[in-house]
Design a protein around this ligand. Sequence first.
Ligand code: SAH
Length: 343
Amino acid sequence: MQDITGLTLSELEENLKESGYPLFHAKQIFSWIYKKGVLDFNSMSDLSAELRKYLKAEFFLGNLKLVKTLKSRDETEKFLFELKDKNLIEAVIIPAENRITGCISTQVGCKFACKFCASGLSGFKRNLTVPEIIDEALYLKSHCPGGKLTHLVFMGTGEPLDNYDNVLKAIRIINSGFSFNIGARRITISTSGIIPEIERLAGENLQIELSVSLHAADDRKRSLLMPVNKKYPLRNLIPACKEYTQKTKRQVTFEYVLIKDLNSSLQDAQNLSKILTGLKLSKVNLIPANAVKEAGIEPPKKLEILFFKDCLLKHGINVTLRKPRGQDIEAACGQLRLNYVKK
Ligand code: SAH
């Protein structure tokens, strides 16, 4: 037995062919699962009873058991799932004016231990499989009004580029017109800056969006906040990002979580402007930190945030200030799961 949502359309076609079924059934099956959200082979009414029996004997369908849902006043909704091996993961739906974005996890826990992030606080367990990742997206889609999940971000728990092969295969499945049909430009990978994998990604010929979590503008401070910086320091990361933009002609977005007393001074803003000067295809996304009391993390005062943004603007940096979402539902990466893992 294997998980059917771990297969690309051509892999499913291959499987059916080998068992003597016509290829076109693969598209029908994809349509049931991904367009109609039907997760039960018995209900796939245009398939023969014989084929349904084959599918039941050959494939699993569905990896996630919903454990808890939290809905914010701002409509952000967070889901905690239990996997078959009892591990817990979380995913989020973030509705906005003209889009509904799904945020999904790529690993159980995280090994990168960024100081401001709840995901690393309980350590790393394992990579998510392709079908587990796809099932998160499927679940979120089924919970969007009209099934209209328009964007997908790999910004939940874990480091997507540390689970490279599974994430890339999941993206190719999600991107297919026969499944979710979410355009590559509406799919974002967010990384803490794993340089060799950023270089690998540049060669994939995929039009996806790349976000790089920066959070500090000098190596000393970044190494304190993000231990990964000791292995892949800013002095190498920024040139690698520049190379990525030149090779792919695609913009890199730098995520910068503003944290009180840690990285939000005017000096920090000036340092950030300096290291990004000359990186034309880039922008900065400023995010006031979600408070994580276990890690002593708080956002700076409103005025400090505005000064920071203003400083970047004055230096000609393309910058946006993101509105924090879901603050009343423990929306920062890994927070919901953390509360459960601790119990
Ligand atoms: N490992 C990847 C993806 C997961 S983190 C990465 O590092 O990018 C996804 C985003 O959530 C990152 O930009 C991260 O910095 C942000 N994040 C983590 N903790 C946060 C907090 N307390 N407040 C606001 N954003 C946070």
